[in-house]
Design a protein around this ligand. Structure first.
Ligand code: GRF
Length: 221
């Protein structure tokens, strides 16, 4: 999929507000020689992220999952759209659909997701509340390659936030979101620079296998 003769064409898949999308749009404006946001796809017509993309003159597409009988036919349509747009790399940014095994295999090593927890802790939903319920001292986010098993692909980068004694779900979500907006563009830049790859079911950075994920505060950008 990667086209070495031109800048990377990235697709961003969303379902909602798209604040991560916005952070990537802002980053791309500063690094337009590195990659292009060639397409934003939402499975929901009312996702505010679509407005953000349109304001930035990025092509958008709505593929409503409710119009498809099963996951396979929805994913087939998604795959067709991505291939027609000649996408090199897929960024899931709050895309709230479980993808089929076939789809994830097809794009293996070319699709990343951001998950609001320190994986392998708290796959799935309600991660902030679950961290609070467990009296964790720390929470955070993980950016990982997407593999067929939900939220279980090799982790590339994590960011850690401290949980304060009077923390609420809302305040914790906000803290994590702030770090997401810093972390996601970093990983996309690594990909666009050819520093990030996927091999032997592992994430690699600068030709070195990531035995442990990178951690944002310790990352030398
Ligand atoms: C983020 O918290 C992300 O970790 C999760 O979905 C949320 C999307 O937020 N996967 P936004 O739409 O980017 O604001």
């Amino acid at each position: 999929m990667q086209n070495s003769h031109s800048i990377s064409r990235i697709a961003i898949l969303i379902s909602g507000s798209g604040s991560n999308l916005q952070a990537i749009i802002d980053h791309q404006k500063l690094h337009s020689d590195l990659y292009e946001i060639a397409l934003v796809i939402s499975n929901k017509a009312d996702a505010y992220g679509l407005v953000r993309a349109q304001k930035a003159n990025i092509p958008t597409m709505v593929i409503e999952h409710t119009h498809y009988n099963d996951r396979e036919s929805f994913d087939a349509k998604l795959q067709q759209a991505l291939e027609e747009a000649k996408i090199d790399f897929i960024v899931l940014a709050g895309f709230m659909r479980i993808l089929t095994k076939g789809f994830t295999q097809h794009f293996l090593g070319k699709m990343i997701n951001i998950h609001p927890s320190l994986l392998p802790k708290y796959t799935g939903l309600h991660t902030h509340q679950r961290a609070l319920d467990s009296s964790d001292k720390e929470h955070g986010l993980s950016i990982h390659f997407v593999t067929p098993e939900l939220d279980n692909g090799p982790v590339i980068l994590q960011a850690v936030v401290k949980i304060d004694p009077n923390e609420t779900e809302t305040s914790l979500r906000e803290k994590v979101h702030q770090q997401e907006h810093i972390a996601y563009p970093i990983v996309i830049e690594w990909f666009a620079l050819g520093r990030l790859s996927f091999k032997d079911n592992q994430a690699w950075l600068d030709q070195k296998r990531l035995i442990q994920p990178q951690v944002l505060s310790k990352t030398i950008i």
